[in-house]
Design a protein around this ligand. Structure first.
Ligand SMILES: Cc1ncc(COP(=O)(O)O)c(C=O)c1O
Length: 386
């Protein structure tokens, strides 16, 4: 199993903290946003006497409310098209297990969410990457690049929309290109849409299940983790109109018995979160993104792709090896006793040697902290020698 590029530097951070350094954590997508009160109240006010298993596919009342949520987002699915999982993570694992055998291949534009590598390894599946470039803002690579890579073993294309770690939001046109190719070669199109609400600059999110004719091919990975800042609830879901797929995924769900019962109660209540919550969150993230991107663009030698969604960006630094730089930041550098923790981007690629001079930054800190963090990076790059 590959180690997580996001978590592997934790021991260095702990060591730095022991030495009394203050660390700004830009490495992990754990938002500092409060969980909606309706979700917290549902846990506090529960009258449950036995914390029993739920149904393997998730509580029916919850799945019906999820299907209403999708309808509000122009995605027409029934509760029978939904399986509740232990986070989007388990949804990914079930999807991989349900559609691929050992040795099968999945095409993924890189850089991609690093745990796709882990889930592929665990399922015995080979990741076939297509490189997207910082110069193009990480847009969808030309569709011919995908077509060239399709073999008899290819079972699916996986995208993350909007993207972690790129922040890129795929356009309707790009989704249509992907739809055409999966239909032509009879593949699945898996879209990880866990950041669906986090889209900026007035652009709309276009889901693969809004695309007509994709019903048999489309699998959505979803999660409450970021949407309601409920990462610890461990609730996600698989959504597909392909009944054969849902039937197979349900066997995986049955094997692990049930998704967490208490967290489903909180997540069901979270669906009543008022729109004003999302408006405030979005406004906050736009502010943070602007602060971060404007700050990074001012640093000499730094190149950055402006994200339209999620809360991450990839920055190219004037260093040879960002892995070394990230460790050095924790071990050997401080600016007024402060330092930053970033995620080296090479772990978000599966092509060896690519992304070595890039880092991923999660803008999950408040505006003032982000300003300080950017200043620390700037000062660090002035003195760092690789
Ligand atoms: C793109 C993406 N997909 C899936 C996940 C999994 O999240 P969870 O298992 O908390 O739902 C994450 C978490 O950071 C993510 O960034």
């Amino acid at each position: 199993m590959p180690e997580s590029p996001i978590r592997k530097l934790v021991p260095y951070a702990e060591e730095a903290q022991k030495k009394g350094k203050n660390i700004y954590y830009l490495n992990i997508g754990q938002p500092d946003i409060k969980t909606p009160q309706v979700a917290l109240d549902a846990i506090k006010n529960t009258t449950i006497e036995t914390l029993a298993y739920s149904r393997s596919e998730g509580a029916e009342s919850y799945r019906i409310k999820i299907s209403d949520y999708y309808k509000r987002n122009s995605i027409v699915v029934s509760h029978n098209d939904i399986i509740v999982t232990t986070g989007g993570s388990e949804a990914l694992l079930f999807a991989f297990g349900s559609i691929m055998d050992e040795g099968d291949e999945i095409i993924i534009p890189e850089p991609f969410y690093a745990n796709y590598n882990g889930f592929s390894t665990a399922s015995g599946v080979k990741v076939v990457p297509v490189i997207s470039k910082i110069e193009d803002n990480f847009a969808l690579p030309p569709i011919e690049e995908f077509e060239k890579l399709i073999t008899a073993k290819t079972k699916a294309i996986l995208i993350c929309n909007p993207g972690n770690p790129t922040g890129y939001l795929y356009s309707k046109e790009e989704i249509k290109q992907l739809a055409d190719i999966v239909k032509k070669h009879d593949l699945f199109l898996i879209a990880d849409e866990v950041y669906r609400e986090f889209v900026y600059d007035g652009v709309d999110h276009y889901s693969i299940l809004q695309e007509p004719g994709l019903e048999e091919h489309a699998i959505i990975i979803d999660s409450v983790s970021k949407r309601y800042s409920m990462c610890g609830a461990r609730i996600g879901y698989l959504v597909s109109k392909n009944t054969e797929f849902i039937k197979t995924a349900l066997k995986f769900a049955q094997a692990r018995l049930s998704p967490p019962t208490l967290a489903q109660i909180a997540s069901e209540a979270a669906l009543d979160t008022p729109q004003s919550y999302f408006d405030d969150v979005k406004e906050e993230y736009v502010k943070r993104r602007n602060t971060l991107i404007e700050g990074l663009e001012k640093i000499e030698g730094v190149k950055v792709a402006k994200p339209n969604g999620a809360f991450y960006c990839i920055a190219e630094l004037p260093v040879k090896n960002s892995d070394h730089f990230a460790k050095w930041l924790l071990e050997s550098f401080d600016y007024n006793n402060d330092t930053v923790m970033v995620a080296p981007a090479a772990g978000f690629y599966s092509t060896p040697g690519v992304g070595l001079n890039q880092i991923r930054i999660a803008y999950v800190l408040n505006n003032e902290s982000l300003k300080t963090a950017v200043k620390i990076l700037e000062e660090a790059l002035k003195v760092y020698k690789d």
